[in-house]
Design a protein around this ligand. Structure first.
Ligand code: MTE
Ligand code: HPA
Ligand code: MOS
Length: 801
């Protein structure tokens, strides 16, 4: 983002303060260093690349630290007939062995439903489920000891795939439905109809730092756990529940995660609970760190979906009604699946006014790992089906899919309802797409792609421009709250703490920028600290992309409280009216006098003014009645659009993304540098999900893709050479968010649907655009090859007939 834009927005600028005393004469130009809207680097950016950023496994180990290995089920569904751990207990170096029988409290580490046992008790329900833990002097000794366990199983019937679950009618949670208008009537009366089906695969989080917990026993049974978690309060509560302690006896700390992506929203509780159990039983510090393979086998992933769609439309492609039947694989327990399935439904419209809609959702139980939150939280899966539907409409009418998209966008002026009856009042998607269509040179390139394909028998190109509209807020109302704690020390330096966690997304620097802006002090004066449950209690997960929205507001409120006290103090001490006290960059004007921020703070301290405050924020206006599936579950929507061009080799299925143009909306950016990173990273992660990352389970329910050797995430080499990313300069939140910024964490992932759509376009080209390809995700080379063969066969059959 260019500097002019930042200055134009009037929030902050570029010129640093040079001479404090002369500065008042240049008021409009001087700024604090690192305020809001500045493209500040991530506070740990240099440490991330130098290796100096400390993760839990980098902490100096305390003397006596035990290392834990968790023994897993090697059956998908079975009864444990015998569990003989005598040899394990007797093995060299073993300090303790724990099973379900050793749990003083509840045998559960679930987020909501009470259905995630810490250790399987008699029944195992997935291949990889935790059965017992061994704590030993080293991890190698613990692992070796676990091998000598004698376990006798009696197998039970296992349901592994989504299709098997649907066939067996194995619903884990009750089905749910959303309705808008008379969908059946709209479908029946529409001049044209299409229907189709798409399968969408799951995704492993592949955070660089795996699941880890380090538990430290304290006095009186108290315990501190360093946990790599997006949700310290939930880990605290689960540890307390398992150990039968009050929440106040358990403190969770997390300085940073090496990535979470939703995989550390609910999943870390199990590992923290086991580490805490060992620490409580032995009185020794205990560390549990999963290696990559065990992490991939034991922890939940993005849900795979099967979606049937149907749409009725007119000759211009305007949708009269659309119906979706979504089914998802939850795995063996509920975890967050209910909310994830709901969010898939909330995004079945993507950016389109469907006019009439029926969305059904089934949440299926399988004997596989319990699937969980993953960037987008079900939304991306819902949207893939919508975009396929749009493309099928375009195919049926022989039109460009972009024209169908544009014919159906939520109107800018409001008026249209979502399938959950919320009016979309902030739609900027038409304007953004118009801009991207021009800046990406879409029409000319589409013609060029067609021309290329006409003369290229083997390599085919594809192009697609797809929109994103993503609802911001936790759809579970009570989670939309945040707290912060701010201390100002006597020297004018500031300690900042809030309930949000840092996973690489740049939350900490953004919230620090907000506090720096509030006090008008340089960013360097604000100390970023670890998230701890004893500093800010009862926090929500850092999730739903709302981290900076809600923690930024809470921190601002805390800083404001202190600032108000300073103003009240100065007004009285100097006998000037409150309006005459103005916070200028790093100093304060008090009537005709001026002093540094630190000087005022020092004076306030001597006058016995409290320089510490908490702040709290609850997102306003969120009402949703799940019973009737109507209401206002989101504070606002974030928008974006991407145009991707790809090439496929029709002999091998090999493919490449040639160019990507992105226009993404972040409101008024709190930090354009961080936001650009989120947009690029989210896109690449989504591209991996839809192209190369494929999870495979064998018939026994064993995950066969549990290492980078068999599971392919994008690397730096897979980043398209030609990527043109722009933050939408006109962006500005229409509701009162922190400095009118918008959430950016998840929405960009869905920009990658453009790659999937472009691949489908290229496959269609292999049939000379005569056949609509039923391409499933991920579009691996194998699937692309099958799809090419399929469209060519169909085209040949049609010609023969
Ligand atoms: N970016 C990085 N680098 N690492 C992550 O783990 N998680 C994503 C997104 N961006 C993630 C990330 C997910 S799933 C969410 S919900 C948001 O960040 C959470 O942070 P925020 O609410 O502060 O944006
Ligand atoms: N997003 C992420 N996490 C959540 C949500 C959500 O909407 N609801 C509950 N947990
Ligand atoms: Mo993000 S999936 O809401 O942690």
């Amino acid at each position: 983002m260019d500097e002019n834009l930042i200055q134009d927005r009037g929030v902050a600028g570029t010129a640093r303060q040079e001479r404090p005393h002369a500065a008042a004469r240049h008021e409009s130009r001087e700024r604090i260093a690192g305020g809001v809207a500045r493209p500040e680097p991530h506070d740990s950016g240099a440490r991330h690349v130098s290796g100096e950023a400390r993760y839990i496994d980098d902490m100096a180990e305390l003397p006596g630290t035990l290392h834990i290995y968790v023994a897993m089920s090697d059956r998908a569904h079975a009864e444990i007939k015998k569990l003989d751990l005598e040899k394990v207990r007797a093995a060299h170096g073993v300090a303790c062995v724990l099973t379900a029988a050793d749990i003083p409290g509840e045998n559960d580490a679930s987020p909501v439903f009470g259905d995630d046992p810490v250790f399987a008790d008699k029944i195992v329900e997935y291949h990889g489920q935790s059965i017992f833990a061994v704590a030993a002097e080293t991890l190698a000794l613990a692992r070796a000891a676990a091998d000598s366990a004698e376990i006798v199983y009696e197998d039970r019937d296992a349901v592994i795939t989504l299709d098997e679950a649907l066939e067996a009618g194995a619903d884990l949670l009750p089905p749910h439905e959303m309705r808008l208008g008379d969908c059946d009537g709209a479908l029946a009366q529409a001049p044209h109809r299409v229907s189709g089906r798409v399968r969408i695969g799951g995704q492993d989080h592949f955070y660089l730092e795996g699941q880890i917990a380090y538990a430290l026993p304290g006095e009186d049974g108290d315990i501190v756990v360093h946990s790599s978690t997006q949700h310290p309060s939930e880990v605290q509560h689960n540890v307390a529940k398992v150990l039968d302690l009050p929440d106040h006896a358990v403190t969770i700390e997390v300085r940073r995660m090496g990535g979470g992506f939703g995989g550390k929203e609910s999943q870390p509780a199990l590992f923290a609970a086991i580490a805490a159990l060992v620490a409580a039983k032995t009185g020794r510090p205990a560390k549990l760190r999963l290696d990559r393979d065990d992490d991939m086998v034991m922890t939940g992933k993005r849900h795979d979906f099967l979606i049937d769609y149907e749409a009725g439309f007119d000759g211009e492609g305007r949708i009269a009604g659309a119906a979706f039947d979504q089914a998802m694989r939850c795995g063996y327990s509920a975890d967050l699946s209910g909310a994830i399935a709901d969010r898939a439904m909330f995004h079945a419209d993507n950016a389109y006014a469907l006019n009439a809609a029926r969305i059904r959702s089934r949440r299926m139980k399988t004997h596989t790992v319990s699937n969980t939150a993953f960037r987008g939280f079900g939304g991306p899966q819902g949207m893939v089906a919508t975009e396929r539907m749009i493309e099928k409409i375009a195919f049926a009418l022989g039109k460009d899919p972009l024209d169908i998209r544009k014919a159906n966008f939520y109107p800018a002026g409001g008026g249209a309802l979502t399938p959950y009856h919320m009016e979309v009042t902030d739609s900027v998607i038409a304007e953004m797409v118009e801009e991207l269509e021009i800046s990406s040179d879409y029409r000319a390139r589409r013609a060029a792609v067609r021309a290329f394909n006409a003369t290229s028998p083997v390599v085919k190109k594809g192009l697609a421009l797809t929109p994103v509209k993503f609802g911001i807020s936790f759809t579970t109302r009570h989670l939309n709250q945040a707290g912060a704690l701010v201390h100002v020390y006597k020297d004018g330096s500031v300690m900042l703490n809030h309930g949000g966690t840092e996973m690489g997304q740049g939350l900490f620097v953004k919230v620090a920028q907000v506090v720096a802006e509030e006090f008008q002090i340089d960013l360097a004066k604000v100390k970023i600290t670890s998230t701890r449950t004893d500093k800010v209690p009862n926090t929500s997960a850092t999730a739903a992309s709302s981290g900076s929205d809600i923690n930024g507001m809470a921190a601002q409120a805390a800083a404001r409280t202190i600032k108000e006290r300073l103003i009240a103090f100065a007004a009285e001490a100097y006998g000037v009216p409150r309006e005459k006290i103005v916070f200028r960059p790093n100093r304060v004007e008090i009537g005709d006098e001026e002093m540094s921020f630190a000087e005022l703070v020092e004076e306030a301290y001597l006058a016995r003014i409290s320089l510490s405050a908490t702040g709290f924020y609850a997102t306003p206006g969120i009402t949703y009645d799940r019973e009737t599936a109507t209401g206002h579950p989101f504070f606002y929507f974030a928008y974006g659009a991407a145009c991707s061009e790809v090439a496929i080799d029709t002999l091998t299925g090999e493919n490449k993304v040639l160019r990507v143009d992105i226009l993404h909306e972040v409101g008024r950016s709190l930090n354009p540098a961080v936001d650009m990173g989120q947009i690029e990273g989210g896109f690449i992660q989504g591209m991996g999900w839809l192209t190369t990352e494929e999870l495979c389970w064998n018939g026994k329910g064993e995950l066969t893709t549990h290492a980078p050797s068999t599971y392919k995430i994008p690397t730096a080499n897979d980043r398209p050479d030609d990527m043109r990313i722009k933050i939408w300069e006109k962006g500005e939140s229409q509701v009162e968010t922190i400095y009118r910024s918008k959430a950016v964490g998840e929405p960009p992932l869905m920009l990658a649907i453009s790659v999937f759509s472009a691949l489908a376009d290229a496959v269609s080209a292999a049939s000379d655009y005569k056949v609509f390809p039923d391409l499933d995700a991920p579009a691996t080379p194998e699937r692309i090859l099958f799809a090419v063969d399929d469209v060519r066969r169909q085209a040949a059959e049609a010609t023969a007939a």
